[in-house]
Design a binder for this molecule. Structure first.
Ligand code: ZN
Length: 172
């Protein structure tokens, strides 16, 4: 069975919801599952919406080492560099496709960890790009919606959408 929600599933367009603390068992299991899926699929980041849960959570390991997964809950970008760079991005939810996306080179992220503790952290280059990519997932955006670096509403609207079984998973 395919465990990652794939484009053109309309579920990926949902806006994810805030997570409440303390985390319940289900959410703790979800986070472990997300880390497992990220490594299994050779991704450097994965958002909860990609495994069927519309929660404001993403996991990341931009070192690709497979040993230091980080968990970000209720993340918010609170600052960024002036400089940005346009580059191609792929997504586990859109295999075989890529988007040309302009991202800030440095971003400052506020988030909570699994215990609900608040953190503020600065990310650079690939990690900054990955965070911005995952933040898009939380808003129902995909890297393939971008055109020549910029987010394109027209491109998004012209894309096909289908519904799948993943739809109801969050509410069970
Ligand atoms: Zn993605």
């Amino acid at each position: 069975m395919d465990e990652i929600v794939k484009y053109p599933d309309v579920f990926l367009r949902h806006k994810s919801k805030e997570v409440e603390f303390p985390l319940d068992d289900k959410t703790e299991r979800l986070i472990k599952w997300m880390i497992k899926q990220m490594y299994k699929n050779y991704g450097i980041g994965l958002a909860a919406i990609q495994v069927g849960y519309e929660r404001r959570i993403f996991v990341m390991d931009s070192t690709r080492a497979g040993q230091s997964p980080e968990v970000f809950i209720n993340p918010v970008i609170v600052g960024h560099s002036d400089e940005s760079l346009t580059d191609f991005e792929g997504c586990l939810s859109a295999p075989g496709k890529r988007g040309e996306v302009r991202r800030y080179l440095r971003i400052i992220l506020k988030y909570q960890d699994e215990k609900g503790e608040k953190h503020t952290k600065t990310f650079y280059n690939l990690a900054a790009r990955c965070v911005q990519h995952e933040m898009d997932h939380l808003e129902g955006k995909l890297c393939i919606d971008y055109e020549k670096g910029e987010y394109s509403r027209d491109k998004h609207k012209s894309q096909t959408m289908v519904e799948s079984d993943f739809r109801a998973k969050s509410d069970t």
